[in-house]
Design a protein around this ligand. Structure first.
Ligand SMILES: Nc1nc2c(c(=O)[nH]1)N[C@H]1C(S)=C(S)[C@@H](COP(=O)(O)O)O[C@H]1N2
Ligand SMILES: [Mo]
Length: 190
């Protein structure tokens, strides 16, 4: 990974991720009806069945996971398709600068498009050699290793490309609009 110090400032290692959900009952998707979508400012909107998505190719990413509440977990092994590949298929318009990720539990997370096209940003269906367990985001999770864990949205339903940034669930409640753990972008000042 190339960093001398793997632990971002203000973090400590714990053995396994703590599950955080904004809803008491996590979504139980009907996989016959489930479609993953890429929409908004794209030339070619996508609507893919789970099996179609999985057929696009699989990559593995081994990444540390950093929660803004100051815990980090080493080396989670995610398996999925690069988000960048889906964007190539959807062909973002040149006005597309930000993404809003929409989830089945109505959670949302925003980020600059540059984080979506990072090499290690995945739409993941596998964790540590198995199907992603329900509590960690089945059927599909956006994994953005270069941002705090709240940007790694579970139960993803769609990725919407936009020309302007807008706050997601936690950003509306004071979390940072970008959330780079190496810069300790935990909360917005405003
Ligand atoms: N859809 C959805 N994604 C989500 C959340 C959520 O409540 N709903 N919580 C976020 C937060 S605040 C964190 S810290 C991580 C926690 O991941 P985990 O529950 O897999 O440990 O998921 C993020 N993704
Ligand atoms: Mo979080």
């Amino acid at each position: 990974m190339g960093r001398v110090d793997r632990l971002p400032p203000g973090q400590r290692w714990i053995p396994a991720p703590v599950v955080y959900d904004i809803v008491r009952e996590r979504p139980k998707p009907d996989m016959d009806r489930y479609r993953f979508k890429v929409r908004g400012l794209v030339e070619n909107p996508l609507e893919l069945m789970y099996e179609e998505l999985k057929a696009l190719g699989r990559v593995q990413v081994l990444a540390d996971f950093h929660c803004v509440t100051r815990w980090s977990v080493k080396e989670l092994l995610w398996e999925g398709v690069q988000a960048r590949k889906l964007l190539e298929m959807a062909r973002p318009m040149h006005t597309a600068k930000f993404a809003m990720v929409h989830c089945l539990d109505l959670y949302q997370a925003n980020m600059p498009i540059e984080y979506l096209i990072k090499e290690d940003t995945l739409l993941a269906w596998g964790l540590n050699g198995k199907e992603i367990p329900p509590e960690h985001g089945y059927p599909l999770r956006l994994v953005v290793p270069e941002l705090y864990a709240w940007k790694s949205a579970k139960y993803v339903e769609s990725v919407e490309l936009r020309d302007s940034d807008a706050p997601g669930f936690w950003e509306e409640r004071g979390y940072h609009m970008r959330g780079d753990p190496w810069k300790e972008e935990r909360y917005s000042s405003g």
